[in-house]
Design a protein around this ligand. Structure first.
Ligand code: PGA
Length: 253
């Protein structure tokens, strides 16, 4: 059905100073990234410039963890898409569950940010996912399809295809609990079916993805890669996941 290229996205969250960023990226850039796989990292805003300099000619893309929907203005503390583009940022994670929970990001706000990212030539990685309670109550599909429809509302199929979705069960983030590959595959299938164009877009799994579960997750037909938190903070654990993506790239479906 597709030639969707695997994507491994490292979400560093609020980790790594500038000095630590330089060290980690220097080590990563010594290693060859496999053919057929997109790899990107999203350091904190303060380290983006250093990361951009370090990543030149390295084969790893640069992402941001969130951004404003506005280009400029009286939004104290926020960072605009124009500022990110100036730093050669190509990817932006939007609607991460931590942003939704701690920074009051809403579905409508995420939708506006998706439009802003596309307007500025960046690829949005839109995170969706259910809480432990929603999971228990059997509301997973309803929750994530609602979030996906909201994030892409009003976009053309062409625009939706350019985006990336990350299905991240909130109960799996940073907990060591990981969704069953077949279950995640099923949820992602529903997400793809909910929005015209997502069939062709890349959809990642996120939530305690590690070297020892990445291969099984990415063996599932709907799972095109991973949004990686904890395991993106060390070269070894991140590269184990990148290697798992290379296996998937070698066996496209
Ligand atoms: P985790 O985080 O890999 O540490 O579970 C994933 C995420 O929050 O994107």
């Amino acid at each position: 059905m597709s030639a969707r290229r695997p994507l491994i996205a490292g979400n560093w969250k609020m980790h790594k100073t500038i000095a630590e960023t330089r060290t980690l990226l220097a080590e990563l850039c010594e290693l060859a990234m496999p053919n057929g796989v997109d790899v990107m990292v999203a350091p904190p805003f303060t380290a983006l410039a250093a990361a951009r300099d370090r990543l030149r000619d390295c084969g790893i893309g640069l992402g941001a963890q969130t951004m404003s929907e506005h280009e400029h203005g009286p939004y104290t503390g926020d960072i605009s898409p124009v500022m990110l583009r100036e730093l050669s940022v190509r990817w932006v994670i939007l609607g991460h569950s931590e942003r939704r929970a701690y920074f009051n990001e809403t579905d409508d706000g995420v939708a506006r940010k998706v439009r802003a990212a596309l307007a500025h030539g960046m690829t949005p990685i839109v995170a969706v996912g259910e809480t432990a309670d929603e999971h228990q109550r059997g509301e997973t599909i309803a929750k994530v399809t609602f979030q996906a429809r909201a994030a892409f509302a009003g976009l053309t199929e062409e625009e939706v295809r350019k985006c990336v979705v990350a299905y991240e069960p909130i109960w799996a983030i940073g907990t060591g609990l990981v969704d069953e590959p077949a279950s995640a595959n099923g949820v992602i299938g529903e997400i793809r079916g909910a929005v015209e164009g997502l069939e062709y877009a890349r959809v990642l799994y996120g939530g305690s993805m590690k070297g020892d579960n990445a291969t099984a997750l990415m063996a599932e037909p709907n799972i095109d890669g991973g949004l990686i938190g904890g395991a993106s903070l060390s070269v070894q654990s991140f590269m184990e996941i990148v290697a798992a993506a290379a296996l998937r790239a070698a066996a496209p479906r």
